[in-house]
Design a protein around this ligand. Structure first.
Ligand SMILES: NC(=O)c1ccc[n+]([C@@H]2O[C@H](COP(=O)([O-])OP(=O)(O)OC[C@H]3O[C@@H](n4cnc5c(N)ncnc54)[C@H](OP(=O)(O)O)[C@@H]3O)[C@@H](O)[C@H]2O)c1
Length: 325
């Protein structure tokens, strides 16, 4: 089979599409014929060597997958040949998704409704599973609360906007205004704040009114302090990502107005046990069209390096997907 592999750590241009042996599933795995694969920033961290793939090098890249079950391990009872499935956060503990066939343990897999295209399933997996876990499980977002989504035009962010809107929150999107303002409003945000503002805390406070209840934060080094400043008493800031360290004065959160503020961290890659239930929670909302993943761009497997180049650019709207013939 064909797969996008890397033999050494580095930037995504270490990837090469190669002929490799077709895998066979272990007892508790199914073999999935990949129809579409989603790529995510985490793939680039793994490729760079920040988190070594369990099976060492060479390794197959790619985190999300949607496809059809074509073989089942001896102990598998939940899936049959022909089932549509999707999975996320592959490529660390398991083979990556940028391959024509991927063996996937059944406990991290979920059924994909047949009304959802493979492209949408692959795009949605990491974005919506992360947004759901960040906002609903970790953020405990409730009806009527205010919710800030950082990186609102990106993969996780545009999913976060849709999840927060569905939860009945007032949604503020943190995004680059030029070029993405209209897109993030289409996803459901009530107001947009430009993340490059010099008055970020004031602008967030003005947008949320009574204080910020929940934030889904992708760039904590840039935005955590303004969010703490704008937070309501009992607020929850869920940190998903950063681009560097941050120095913060804990006193910022200790005024009477803001006491009991929680800063919570999450890692979808580390919460492997939750993947099946997260994807199962998201699936019916994809099927009924409540959640609609935005496909920024699609690339064939041979152009996997180009897909990662696109992901690293500014102005990505939603998710980047690799498609298979
Ligand atoms: N912890 C977890 O479980 C988890 C799971 C998934 C993703 N993540 C992390 O979350 C981050 C976003 O992932 P993604 O897939 O959504 O990436 P993405 O599709 O590349 O989107 C990133 C978005 O953030 C915007 N942005 C850039 N600088 C910003 C800033 N200072 N403040 C607010 N937004 C800013 C970008 O806007 P421009 O277009 O203007 O540059 C872009 O829209 C990554 O660091 C990723 O590793 C973490």
């Amino acid at each position: 089979m064909r797969a996008a592999r890397y033999h050494e750590h580095g930037e995504p241009d270490v990837l090469a599409v190669e002929e490799v042996p077709k895998p066979t599933p272990d007892r508790e795995e199914v073999l999935v014929e990949t129809r579409a694969a989603g790529i995510n920033p985490i793939d680039t961290y793994v490729m760079a060597g920040d988190s070594t793939p369990a099976d060492g090098l060479p390794a197959i890249a790619g985190s999300d997958l949607a496809g059809i079950v074509v073989d089942v391990g001896e102990d598998v009872t939940k899936y049959e040949l022909g089932d549509w499935v999707y999975a996320t956060a592959l490529g660390i503990h398991d083979q990556g998704s940028l391959a024509e066939y991927v063996p996937v343990p059944v406990d991290i897999l979920a059924p994909l409704p047949e009304s959802v295209s493979f492209t949408d399933g692959a795009a949605a997996a990491m974005a919506f599973a992360t947004a759901w876990r960040g906002l609903i499980t970790r953020g405990e977002l409730r009806l009527g609360e205010s919710c800030l989504i950082a990186g609102a035009a990106g993969g996780v962010g545009h999913a976060g906007v849709q999840v927060a809107t569905e939860a009945g929150a007032t949604v503020i999107g943190l995004a680059r205004k030029e070029g993405t303002d209209e897109f993030v409003r289409e996803q459901g945000v009530d107001s947009v704040v430009d993340y490059r503002s010099d008055e970020l805390a004031d602008e967030i406070s003005a947008a949320v009114g009574d204080g910020l209840d929940v934030a889904l934060e992708t760039h904590a080094d840039a935005n955590l302090i303004p969010e703490v400043e704008a937070a309501a008493r009992g607020g929850r800031i869920v940190v998903l990502g950063e681009e560097g360290p941050i120095e913060i004065d804990p006193g910022l959160s200790m005024s009477a107005k803001k006491s009991d503020l929680d800063v919570r961290f999450m890692s979808i890659a580390a919460s492997r046990d939750d993947h099946a239930s997260l994807l199962t929670s998201v699936a019916p909302l994809l099927a009924e069209g409540t959640f609609i993943p935005s496909i920024d761009s699609q690339f064939p497997l041979d152009e996997a390096v180009g897909a990662y180049r696109r992901l690293s650019e500014s102005g990505v709207r939603g998710c980047v997907v690799v498609t298979f013939e």
